[in-house]
Design a protein around this ligand. Structure first.
Ligand SMILES: *[C@@H]1O[C@H](CO)[C@@H](O)[C@H](O)[C@H]1NC(C)=O
Ligand SMILES: *[C@@H]1O[C@H](CO)[C@@H](O)[C@H](O)[C@H]1NC(C)=O
Ligand SMILES: CC(=O)N[C@H]1CO[C@H](CO)[C@@H](O)[C@@H]1O
Length: 324
C-alpha cells in the first residue's frame, strides 16, 4: 500500500507542479495575442507619446533653462533705415541633452513693448554647456518707433530688459525628427543714465568768437557704462543756461563705446551776454563752474539725418558742468 501510495504521492506532486508550469506557458500560449496587443499598444502609444510629447517638452524646457548673456552690441555704419549690428553673446546650458538648434531669426523687444526693434539671425547652435554666438549682420530698421524707443531706453535707463524671441527647431541626438521650439530669453542691459558724469575739460572761451564761428570749445569725456557701442555721427544740441536757450553745441564724429575712453572735441555757439550774466551770479561767479544743459536736436551721419538718435538725445537733458 505504502509502495503504491508513494508513487501516487510523487505523481500528485508532479501533477501539482506540472499544471503551474503549463499554466504560465499555457496562458502565454493561449493569450499570446493579448501580449502582442500589449506590446503593440506600448510601441504605438507610449513611444510616440515619448517622442511627440515628452522629448519636445524636455527639449523646450532645456532651451528655456539655458541662459543668454550679451557681452557686446556694436552698431556701426548707422544710416537712416539700417545699420550694421554685431552681437556677441554666450549661451550657457547644463549640456546634458545633446541637440542641435536650427538657425533662426530672433526678434528683439524692449520688455513690455510688443513691437520688435530689431531682428538677429542666429546661426545653428548646439546644446553645449558654453557656447559663444557672435553675429554680425546688416540690420534693417523695420519699426522706426520701436527702434527709437529702444535708443531712448538705452540712453536714459540705469538698467532695462530686452527680450529675444524666435521660433526654431531642435534636433535631439539619436532621434531622427525635428521638434519645433521657441527660443525666448530676457536679458538685462545697462543703460547710459543720460550720460551722467560727463565732464568738459581744456575749455576755452572767446568773446569775439573763434574763426569757425563758435565762441566756446573744449573736450568732453562721456562715460559709457553700457556694453553697447554706437556710431552716432555729428550731433547738435540745443544749449540751455538756467532754463533759457542760449545757443547750440556740436559734437562731431561721435562714437560711444563701453568704458571711459569716450573723449570728443566739443564746440558751442553761445550768446555772450548769457555767459556774462551767469558769471555775475552766485555761486557761478565764485566757482567758475556753469551748468550747461544739452538737449539733442539733430544727428547727421555721412550727410544723412538719423532721427532715432536725434529723438533719443532730445528726450533727455544732459547737464554738463563747464569750468569757464
Ligand atoms: C566673440 O565675442 C567675444 C566678446 O566680444 C570676443 O571676446 C570673442 O573673441 C569673439 N569670438 C569670435 C570667434 O569672434
Ligand atoms: C561731421 O561734420 C564734419 C564737418 O562738417 C564732416 O567733415 C564729417 O564728415 C562729419 N562726420 C560724419 C560722421 O558725418
Ligand atoms: C563711468 C562708467 O560707468 N564706466 C564704465 C563703462 O563701461 C565699462 C565696461 O562696460 C566699465 O568697466 C566702466 O566702469
Amino acid at each position: 500500500m505504502s509502495d503504491t501510495s508513494k508513487p501516487a504521492q510523487v505523481s500528485t506532486e508532479a501533477v501539482s507542479e506540472k499544471p503551474r508550469k503549463r499554466g504560465i506557458a499555457g496562458h502565454c500560449a493561449r493569450f499570446w495575442w493579448a501580449y502582442l496587443i500589449g506590446v503593440i499598444v506600448l510601441v504605438v502609444i507610449v513611444v510616440p507619446v515619448v517622442l511627440l510629447v515628452a522629448v519636445p517638452k524636455i527639449a523646450q524646457s532645456k532651451l528655456d533653462e539655458a541662459e543668454l548673456t550679451i557681452e557686446r552690441i556694436v552698431m556701426t555704419n548707422s544710416q537712416p533705415d539700417k545699420f550694421t549690428m554685431t552681437i556677441d553673446s554666450v549661451i550657457r546650458s547644463d549640456g546634458k541633452v545633446h541637440a542641435k538648434i536650427e538657425p533662426f531669426t530672433g526678434q528683439m523687444f524692449v520688455e513690455g513693448d510688443d513691437r520688435p526693434f530689431a531682428a538677429v539671425n542666429f546661426p545653428e547652435t548646439t546644446s553645449d554647456a558654453f557656447q559663444i554666438v557672435n553675429v554680425t549682420q546688416e540690420t534693417k530698421i523695420e519699426n522706426m518707433a520701436a527702434f527709437t524707443d529702444f535708443n531712448k531706453q538705452l540712453l536714459k535707463s540705469t538698467d532695462f530688459k530686452v527680450r529675444v524671441e524666435g521660433d526654431t527647431g531642435i534636433h535631439v541626438k539619436g532621434i531622427d525628427r525635428r521638434y519645433p521650439v521657441t527660443f525666448r530669453k530676457t536679458i538685462t542691459l545697462a543703460g547710459l543714465q543720460t550720460f551722467e558724469g560727463t565732464e568738459v575739460f581744456d575749455s576755452e572761451i572767446a568773446i569775439m568768437g573763434f574763426p569757425d564761428g563758435n565762441n566756446f570749445r573744449g573736450k568732453t569725456r562721456i562715460p559709457n557704462r553700457s556694453v553697447v557701442t554706437f556710431e552716432v555721427g555729428n550731433a547738435t544740441f540745443d544749449t540751455f543756461l538756467l532754463g533759457k536757450k542760449v545757443g547750440q553745441t556740436f559734437l562731431d564724429n561721435l562714437i560711444l563705446k563701453p568704458g571711459n575712453d569716450n573723449v570728443f572735441p566739443m564746440r558751442s555757439k553761445i550768446d555772450n551776454s548769457a555767459i556774462l550774466d551767469i558769471m555775475q551770479k552766485k555761486p557761478y561767479c565764485e566757482t567758475g563752474i556753469v551748468p550747461f544743459v544739452l538737449v539733442g536736436t539733430k544727428v547727421v551721419n555721412d550727410g544723412k539725418p538719423l532721427s532715432y538718435f536725434a529723438e533719443a538725445l532730445g528726450a533727455g537733458e544732459q547737464t554738463v558742468p563747464i569750468d569757464l
